[in-house]
Design a protein. Structure first.
Length: 175
């Protein structure tokens, strides 16, 4: 008996609840759509406002920069990372790989800097690339394998992986 009453009344209950939710949903959908539009507009304006143009003076400075150590390179990164494009990006890459190849004794300084600034870690690893000197890339691999301090093991593995990938990419280009 209760089953029959439940099934007999179910369509009406469903119809009634559906009408009530449809009536209540239109303003909610409109509000949600308008909110999404405002959020999207705000985010795109905010992201456009954060884009900083690289001046010619900054471009010249990057191209002439040959950082002597990781601390000096970090200062350049903080001031000029927004110029990371084209010839400037290649110069950043040359600096990173040269420091990793020829100034390995200061890898602890790099490890300390990237521990406090994750964006710098990503920047350094992204600039171990195929635009750099293959002999220096081989030195980087050797340094990361043979001369890595115990405290910097995760960094050394990441550096080695990126250097191997860059050499592989160079080999594919030369085919």
């Amino acid at each position: 008996m209760t089953d029959r009453l439940f099934f007999q009344n179910s369509p009406k209950r469903f119809e009634h609840s559906q009408q009530r939710s449809i009536r209540g949903m239109k303003p909610l959908r409109i509000l949600r759509s308008v909110s999404c539009i405002f959020v999207f507009a705000f985010c795109s304006l905010a992201s456009n406002a954060q884009v900083k143009e690289c001046t010619e003076a900054e471009q010249r400075e990057i191209i002439s920069t040959h950082s002597r150590d990781w601390k000096a390179f970090y200062v350049v990164f903080k001031r000029l990372a927004h110029c990371d494009d084209g010839a400037m990006a290649e110069n950043f890459s040359d600096n990173v790989v040269r420091l990793l190849a020829r100034d390995w004794k200061h890898i602890g300084d790099l490890d300390t800097l990237i521990a406090s600034d994750r964006s710098f870690r990503r920047f350094v690893l992204d600039h171990i690339d195929s635009t750099t000197n293959p002999a220096e890339l081989k030195m980087v691999i050797s340094n990361s394998r043979e001369h890595c301090p115990e405290t910097a093991r995760p960094l050394c593995r990441s550096i080695e992986t990126e250097a191997k990938s860059a050499l592989k990419e160079q080999a594919e280009f030369s085919k």
